[in-house]
Design a protein around this ligand. Structure first.
Ligand code: NOJ
Length: 578
């Protein structure tokens, strides 16, 4: 049944709330996406990952689902969805949806039933436990929520606590219950029957909790992590859903996979395992963080070594290639620095070359192709007050909307106000909000995301006057057109998709140099991660070739030879045996 089409896929991720507002309420929606299908097609991608669009009270922007078989009111109707999928398929683009089944919303009817009484048949769909201590007034164990605070909430009516690894409005499903597993398989099949081509499975490595729910080690960033991530029944649960659903259709299943690393990946994603096809792992996006939270300066060498470990996996284990998603800050400021000044354009064009010429399934997050940036906290921008836009200095309290940022500020303000300065400094670098500002379509008010007299659900990045689709469409040298070229090149190259990988100068903290090769073709990729001219000696194997430059962020690309790489230069050369 499975053609493993992900091997030829180039994905574009859409965060519907921020992509395009089709009905003028300041919130992105399905009609908005439909109106931009040609834009997506022209980018050259052939697959879309759509973040959740199911019914949801939006405590966590759709990652809290109250009905898995219906569309969020703000996003439109099932008819809109049908039109969206037909429009994508008509353009040769596949669609994977987000499958959020570690938890539901507390407004899902299963949970409403579950909380109603201890005897309710749905009680066991979730984790309910007695509290610890005298009177049971302490949570059942010491696990921490990924959104801060304890991972349990007390319910007076039945005198028990329920587990929530995320917000208290996202109760964890009890996958030990076979009915829950059947429900998940049924939900997937419902969407496959509608023509959906796969899923990105949200925090899928959390679905199995250690028997007895023992206390976790006191260890940052998350107490309890080792007790609910990839524990004993993980394979059993996944296999069951795969057998009953995923493997019966021609799907691609991508797992969001905290806990999976290049070292253990084969046991989870090797083709022979028959579970997930590939995973989003976070070694590289954590390599500029202490304990996954506190930002520090990026070591290029470390980033490269993580890439190299994933590239070294057997052909039957497919890495994913991504810098951004709706949970990560924007990649240009993050990976090449805020101060690349006159070289910003070069740097923005270097990053995708470094990343997407590797082996793996590539993902571009909306706006990445334009070079969208983090929210410039502390600088001037446009905020809406009393229904009107006003110029103001952008402050965290006013512009951050994400539950995680909001919880962090609330908690520290209450418990440790003296740390607020640090909290804000950290959020400025790591907040998920940075990825969620509206897509910048033009230099019209609200960046063309929604009508000018409507308040967008989140502030528009003030750089939209320059960084926007309309401006970049018309500029042949724009980042957008560079992404198009790169995607086109990659899509048509068997060598990039399947060739071997070999790195040179792994010890360098400045340049990233690697080769892709198959029987006929060799591709040389040379990237300078610094704003200085950097010496480059041609690897022995690359001499004596008739290398053709296929892609470069410098107009006057030089022949592949020893010398120097210019600031943030990224060039790709190709030659053939026959
Ligand atoms: C991971 C998602 O990407 C994130 O946005 C969400 O908050 C959590 N999972 C909880 O569903």
């Amino acid at each position: 049944m499975k053609t493993r089409w992900y091997k030829d896929a180039f994905f574009y991720q859409i965060y519907p709330r921020s992509f395009c507002d089709g009905n003028g309420d300041g919130i992105g929606d399905l009609r908005g996406i439909i109106s931009k299908l040609d834009y997506i097609k022209d980018l050259g991608v052939n697959a879309v990952w759509l973040s959740p669009c199911y019914k949801s009270p939006n405590d966590d922007n759709g990652y809290d689902i109250s009905d898995y078989r219906d569309i969020m009111d703000e996003f439109g109707t099932m008819e809109d969805f049908d039109e969206l999928i037909a429009g994508l398929h008509a353009r040769g683009i596949r669609l994977i949806m987000d499958l959020v089944v570690n938890h539901t919303s507390d407004e899902h009817w299963w949970f409403k039933e579950s909380r109603s009484s201890k005897a309710n048949p749905y009680r066991d769909y979730y984790y309910w436990r007695k509290g610890r201590g005298k009177n049971g007034k302490r949570p059942p164990n010491n696990w921490m929520s990924n959104f801060l605070g304890p991972a349990w909430k007390y319910e007076e009516s039945t005198d028990e606590w329920y587990m929530h690894i995320f917000s208290y409005k996202q109760p964890d499903l009890n996958w030990n219950n076979p009915k829950v597993r059947q429900e998940v398989a049924d939900i997937c099949n419902f969407w496959f029957e509608k023509g959906v081509d796969g899923f990105r499975c949200d925090v899928i490595t959390y679905i199995s909790k250690k028997h007895g729910l023992p206390n976790g080690k006191i260890k940052l960033p998350l107490i309890g992590f080792e007790q609910y991530c990839l524990t004993e029944n993980y394979h059993k649960f996944i296999k069951e859903v795969a057998d009953k659903s995923w493997n019966r259709y021609d799907t691609t299943i991508v797992g969001e996979a905290m806990g999976i690393t290049s070292a253990n990946a084969p046991q989870y994603i090797d083709e022979s395992v028959g579970e997930l096809d590939c995973v989003f792992a976070f070694e590289h996006t954590n390599c500029d963080r202490y304990t996954q939270i506190l930002p520090h300066k990026l070591s290029i060498k470390k980033l490269k070594s993580i890439f190299a470990r994933w590239q070294a996996l057997p052909q039957t284990c497919m890495p994913t290639l991504f810098f951004e998603n709706h949970d990560q800050p924007r990649c240009v400021p993050r990976f090449v620095g805020y101060d690349c000044g006159e070289y910003r354009d070069k740097a923005a064009k270097m990053l995708p070359v470094a990343l997407y010429m590797q082996r793996g399934v590539p993902f571009v997050f909306q706006g990445q192709e334009l070079g969208m940036s983090d929210i410039p906290i502390g600088k001037e921008g446009e905020v809406w007050r009393d229904g009107k836009p006003v110029r103001a200095i952008l402050k965290e309290e006013e512009v951050f909307k994400d539950i995680l940022s909001v919880n962090a500020m609330k908690m520290f303000r209450k418990r440790a106000p003296f740390l607020m300065g640090i909290v804000k400094k950290v959020l400025k670098k790591v907040a998920r909000d940075h990825a969620r500002t509206p897509m910048q379509w033009s230099d019209a008010p609200n960046a063309g995301f929604c009508p000018k007299d409507v308040e967008p659900w989140m502030i528009v990045n003030p750089d939209y006057k320059i960084v926007n689709v309309a401006a970049e469409q018309n500029d042949k040298d724009s980042l957008l057109n560079y992404y198009r070229k790169l995607i086109d090149y990659r899509k048509n190259s068997e060598c990039i998709k399947n060739g071997s990988f070999k790195e040179f100068y792994a010890d360098s903290n400045k340049i990233y140099v690697y080769q892709r090769q198959d029987a006929d073709t060799t591709i040389a990729v040379v990237c300078n991660f610094t704003k200085k001219e950097t010496p480059f000696t041609l690897p022995q194997e690359w001499s004596n070739n008739n290398a053709e430059c296929k892609l470069s962020n410098y107009d006057d690309a030089r022949p592949l030879a020893s010398g120097t790489l210019r600031p943030f230069e990224a060039s790709v050369y190709e030659w053939h045996r026959h």
